[in-house]
Design a binder for this molecule. Sequence first.
Ligand code: NAD
Length: 264
Amino acid sequence: MGLFTGKKGVVLGVANDFSIAWAVTRKLLDEGAEVGFTHLPGDKMERRVRKLAEPIGAKLIASCDVQKDEDIARVFEQAGETYGKLDFVLHSIAFAPLDDIKCAFVDASREGFKTAMEISAYSLAAVSRYASKVMPDGGSILTLTYYGGEKVVPGYNMMGVCKAALDASVKYLAYDLGPKNIRVNAVSAGPVKTLAASAVGDFDDLSGLYDAVAPMQRNITREEVGAAGMFMLSDLSSGITGEILHVDCGYNVMGSPGRALAKG
Ligand code: NAD
């Protein structure tokens, strides 16, 4: 018996096997979960997700652009038909137009801001709304955030502002859905090499910063983020909601460069 034996859920945000969503999925599968997936519209995106989802026998592989309410509504309707009810949902999605994330936040465009906020923050509310309709016995919803929403991380720019909105969304959604026994949390992950991360800046620089500054003197692994995500989606975390769980080797507790400073 695994922690997820008999449990069913939907994962939004697998782009390839580097995706954090896939790292969480692997841990969910190890614990016996049944998982359905969404992908961005388009043959290429569908092929990428099918390559991972078909070998594990996923019964739901559906197209979903979180900018469209009708897509989200359809996915969770299909999920209800396929699985009866859901126990968990993973929202592992972010996007900002490249020009608006490469520039300083002060220069970001209004249109870019709207798009980034809609996909990276508002979508959690929309997903939670439709998902909750097929969670009659309660459940767990998890999103992925980053420290750049709490403090300034140069290079993270506009996405930091989106993550701040996402972090606040987690708390308000936890309040809204608490009476339905639906928990809403975030894992705040240290840098992980993925497609989305490549848009944000130099991964090696950021990862090196964690080696130098984090109390554990290293960066996290993809597997550690996956395991923490699985924990937050499981009944082991049944008393936790509205929480931003840092999975970052302790980087967020530092108020100075610490040992890195001492080394000069
Ligand atoms: P990824 O590129 O593998 O995943 C991002 C996903 O967002 C993709 O699957 C993409 O299809 C999806 N997406 C983008 N726009 C969408 C839309 N309109 N509708 C539906 N899906 C859409 O990269 P990742 O790093 O695994 O990112 C997953 C989450 O983790 C993001 O929220 C990211 O900000 C967060 N995160 C990443 C890191 C990191 O270092 N990689 C650290 C902390 C948090």
